[in-house]
Design a protein around this ligand. Structure first.
Ligand SMILES: [Zn+2]
Length: 262
């Protein structure tokens, strides 16, 4: 049995970026730890409102625990930083924000949090956080430092396949005559030639969607993620892409995974 640790920026990122990897590792009998850097305090106000005395952070914490349960995570932790907001938001300057955290201090805090674990495989994000979100960039920087400190060789960058997204957007526009979502396919994620590993979800795609749905305050039923047809969703989210520095480009399975039947 090995231990997989997925390090994420906000509640819901685990479902969007690494649900398949988590489910496959858990189903294969490995231990899975989820660490979320912030509690997503700057997310959307829930459409059904907050309960008396409940904060958005409280709501998002419970949603994350539900998502983690669906995915088969064994342990969920929050690193305790504040959401920094999108790039350019004035709250990027908040001293409590993850973006303002000192890299060494944050990596040490992460190491202390999981000091009783032996992490074999770690996921962080690519070096521009997929789409330049400050908290996602910080996951890359802090996670890279943590991997060095903990001597973790198997560190994978969760990212998006920008070439596949460009192909899919063209296909959606042609097939359904729908206006595709606006994505800058020049800069989003990474180029296909830089990707080294992939996880195909197969029949586990429904549980990925269920985990997204657990984040109901942020990912609503009428959202881009949940309103698309099942077959479009399966195409868009049926493969999770990774880059591991030093590995050959390709679509290798991450060693800890099992392959789902599709
Ligand atoms: Zn995020």
């Amino acid at each position: 049995m090995a231990t997989l640790m997925c390090f994420h920026a906000h509640p819901d990122d685990e479902a969007i970026a690494t649900a398949g990897l988590i489910m496959s590792a858990s189903a294969a009998g490995h231990r899975v730890i989820l660490v979320v850097a912030t509690t997503g305090e700057l997310g959307l106000d829930p459409h059904d409102g907050l309960d008396d005395g409940e904060s958005l952070a409280d709501r998002r914490r419970s949603e994350t625990l539900r998502s983690a349960e669906i995915l088969g995570v064994h342990r969920t932790e929050f690193l305790g930083y504040h959401d920094s907001g999108m790039n350019g938001d004035h709250r990027n300057d908040d001293p409590a924000s993850f973006w303002q955290a000192d890299i060494d201090e944050a990596a040490a805090r992460l190491a202390t949090l999981v000091s009783d674990e032996t992490v074999d495989v770690l996921t962080i994000y690519d070096d521009h956080g997929g789409y330049d979100h400050p908290d996602h960039i910080q996951v890359h920087r802090v996670g890279t430092r943590f991997a060095q400190m903990a001597g973790i060789d198997e560190a994978y960058w969760a990212t998006m396949n920008r070439d596949e997204i460009a192909r899919q957007l063209a296909m959606v526009a042609e097939l359904y005559e729908e206006e595709p979502p606006e994505v800058d396919t020049e800069t989003f994620g990474m180029a296909e030639t830089e990707l080294t590993h992939a996880v195909d979800l197969g029949t586990f795609i429904d549980r990925k969607r269920a985990a997204m749905r657990a984040h109901a305050s942020q990912i609503r039923d009428d959202s881009f993620f949940l309103s698309m047809r099942d077959e479009v969703f399966a195409r868009a989210f049926g493969t999770e892409w990774f880059h591991r520095p030093g590995s050959q480009p390709g679509k290798e399975p991450i060693p800890i995974t099992i392959t789902f039947s599709s």
